[in-house]
Design a protein around this ligand. Structure first.
Ligand code: BGC
Length: 723
């Protein structure tokens, strides 16, 4: 897309430093009519396209604010989180899988690839950065986020943003507190100041500091106010406290509740149609309800960001050849390998079950997901790659000389027979788009936006009813249970009884409870929705040509009652600072597998040598040794906790993935984020260190014991001192 006309001149002037972006935007605005300026503030597509959104979303960018007379291209929108949704593009492992890599550099490469493919599809804006925190694993869109931890989420989301922005504008979503699905259009989240700023927002701030161009406001309400009209968050926090200078778009269709108030609150663009604002804004402006300055401010924010990005992005225009290219497929495979989490690998006979021994001759693959392209949900982040490698296909390709049989698992007797006759059994179980995912039409969706006749009465009831019905069949929504389907559990049980050499591979977007059957199986892997190359990556790990590089980005509890309450039909919820690993720590429940856990094919020792930390961050030096007999990777995780508490809760401060040869030893510098050890004064908005006896530890997962920890700040009066 080449810049032309007045817009092209503005971009060139910024590129060569003749104008800054604010001046360039002001010049453009000077040349625009009022109608053109107002046109920046909503989508360009007419409202009659409403019903066609699901279809068009996968065909072309949705454009907002294009002005052809001046060459202004507008915001040209594409989702999404696991690859580009327009046409047929590379399907990467879902965001949650990528969180499990704990590898921001790899995530930046994914961002670069998504940005390139987005641009090659004619878009200039990618809504791919989803950093809502996983408060509860039943959230239907858990797969689109980076797990339960603010520091991990912030680092990974920032990395994706940096990569995406090389080619297109990066949008971070859904601001804020959007962590449940079925009632996302209605739910009101109550949260106190401390939890809001210390738990649910730090990762948004991190991504904005990393350069995010745009923010998408969420559908839900926070403290009684829908997010598009939530001035307290959109303006007071986002702009005034954090200094965000980009633009805010609404979540789609049902995410704009008041055309005028939302603009005044700080939501710049109603997406994706000319639905509410097109009619309301000219009248409000004429009647003086809406100030000209408010309109101009949003227009300036949109244009300065767009011009600045066009002036600074990669200059080479990508061709169609970048889409699902060999290198992007190879990257998808690498990421999938690095995301697979090995939870168990017990020894049977002389050796652990994995990797599969070279002399293996007969494997039974069992389960309805063993030969399925299972890429994640069918919501807005759905990617349609040119081809997908299933677990069966991947393994057959990797082991051409081995007999690999497939049994769906529907027939237990057939499964038992297949298991009993094979040397090793691989059972692939878990979730698909029916169990979890985005729910486009559920909950309190306001069908009134379709027009006056839908605002109340029989028609409204009819449309809402149909929407609910459709959504039940089409979309997953929030999960009803954290367990596997009962048929999967039965399958594991009977197969394990038939052949003790059983490897269970779980597919899904977040935590699946394993308590009722885990002890029956010696080997257990989490393979997520692994993307178009997921089957090859799984085969690489099973055969041992790659390590299972993943570590859990959330904890796996032994019992769902240890997690915060989750009611998928709640119209109001309270989000506090007791969730995930921290909740289990403080309540004294040992997890099935802690946050950060994952085994490899080798073993490591980590030793904290020194650290220094100030209010703006710090670093730790950690000695790492590969104590095993093969090359492998480990994730150094540095945690802090207040040991004055009866039950200290561990907080991740930083992490670093390292790969070492067998026997190799090295010292690694780990960047630390002081945020989790700080508190924000709600009045002065200043951050200060929390009181307590804070200690720090280098570990391979969230620590169960703090033995050997060192004081975080040995002299609490000299917080900035070095240790
Ligand atoms: C989702 C967003 C998405 C948008 C456009 C909404 O329903 O919540 O994440 O970007 O649709 O597809």
């Amino acid at each position: 897309m080449c810049e032309s006309g007045a817009y092209g001149d503005a971009v060139r002037a910024v590129r060569v430093g003749e104008l800054n972006a604010d001046e360039a935007a002001a010049r453009l605005i000077d040349r625009m009519t009022v109608a053109e300026i107002l046109g920046l503030l909503d989508g360009d597509s007419p409202r009659r396209l409403l019903a066609l959104i699901p279809l068009l979303h996968g065909r072309r960018p949705f454009v907002a604010g294009a002005v052809s007379r001046l060459g202004i291209p507008g915001i040209r929108f594409s989702d999404g989180a696991r690859g580009v949704v327009i046409g047929s593009c590379t399907a990467f492992p879902v965001t949650m899988a990528r969180a499990a890599t704990w590898d921001p550099l790899l995530e930046e490469r994914v961002g670069l690839a998504i940005g390139l493919e987005t641009r090659a599809r004619g878009a200039n804006y990618s809504a791919s950065v989803c950093v809502n925190l996983l408060r509860h694993p039943a959230w239907g869109r858990a797969q689109e986020c980076y797990g339960e931890d603010p520091v991990l989420t912030g680092r990974m989301g920032s990395a994706l943003t940096r990569g995406v922005r090389v080619n297109v504008m990066a949008c971070v979503k859904h601001f804020a507190l959007n962590s449940m699905e079925n009632e996302r259009f209605e739910v009101d989240v109550a949260v106190d100041e401390a939890a809001l700023h210390e738990v649910y927002l730090p990762h948004f701030k991190a991504v904005i500091d990393a350069g995010a161009d745009s923010v998408m406001s969420a559908y839900n309400r926070v403290r009684g106010e829908y997010m598009d009209i939530n001035r307290a968050l959109l303006t007071d926090v986002l702009r005034d406290e954090w200094g965000f200078r980009g633009f805010v778009t609404s979540d789609w269709v049902f995410g704009t509740h008041d055309p005028v108030t939302s603009l005044q609150a700080g939501m710049d663009v109603e997406m994706p149609l000319r639905l509410l604002r097109a009619r309301a804004l000219p009248l409000a402006l004429r009647d003086g309800v809406l100030g000209r300055a408010t309109v101009l401010q949003s227009a300036a924010q949109i244009l300065r960001t767009t011009v600045l990005h066009a002036a600074t992005r990669e200059s080479a225009e990508p061709g169609a050849a970048v889409i699902a290219s060999g290198s992007h497929r190879a990257l998808a495979r690498k990421v999938a390998q690095e995301s697979i989490v090995m939870l168990k690998n017990d020894t049977i006979g002389a050796a652990p079950l994995l990797p599969l021994p070279a002399e293996t001759r007969h494997i039974a693959m069992i389960g309805r997901l063993a030969d399925r392209a299972n890429l994640g949900d069918n919501g807005s982040s759905r990617v349609r790659p040119p081809s997908t490698v299933s677990p069966l296909k991947g393994l057959r390709e990797a082991l051409p000389g081995v007999r690999i049989t497939l049994t769906s698992g529907d027939n237990e007797r057939a499964a038992i027979k297949a298991a009993a006759t094979a040397e090793t059994v691989i059972v692939v179980v878990g979730l698909d788009q029916h169990d979890e995912g985005e729910s486009i039409v559920t909950g309190g969706v306001d069908v009134g936006v379709l027009g006056g006749v839908f605002a109340a009465g029989a028609l409204r009831a009819l449309v809402t009813g149909v929407a609910h019905l459709v959504s039940r069949f089409v979309r997953g929504g929030d999960r009803a249970s954290l367990e596997l389907r009962p048929s999967d559990v039965r399958l594991i049980t009977v197969v394990a009884a038939a052949n003790p050499r059983i490897i269970v591979v779980m597919v899904g977007g977040s935590a699946i409870l394993t308590e009722s059957w885990r002890n029956r199986v010696p080997a257990l892997l989490v393979a997520w929705y692994g993307g178009m190359e997921g089957g090859r990556a799984l085969a690489d790990v099973l055969c041992g040509s790659a390590e299972p590089g993943g570590r859990l980005p959330f904890l796996l509890p032994t019992d769902a009652s240890h997690l915060p309450p989750f009611d998928r039909s709640a119209k109001s919820v309270v989000y506090d600072d007791s969730w995930g690993q921290r909740r289990l720590d403080s309540e004294g429940h040992p997890p099935a597998f802690p946050f950060g856990f994952g085994l490899g094919y080798t073993t490591f020792e980590h030793r904290l040598l020194s650290h220094s930390i100030s209010s703006s961050g710090g670093s730790a030096a950690v000695r790492v040794t590969n104590t095993g007999s093969r090359e492998g990777s480990t994730v150094i995780q540095v945690y802090a906790a207040d040991l004055s508490l009866r039950r200290p809760t561990s907080q991740l401060l930083g992490f670093q993935k390292v790969r070492l040869q067998a026997g190799e030893e090295t010292s690694v510098r780990v960047t630390l984020d002081a945020g989790p050890t700080m508190q924000r004064d709600p009045v002065t908005r200043r951050w200060t260190p929390r009181a307590g006896h804070w200690a720090v530890l280098a570990a391979q997962q969230s620590p169960a014991s703090w033995e050997g920890a060192r004081p975080l700040r040995p002299d609490s009066d000299a917080f900035d001192s070095h240790v």
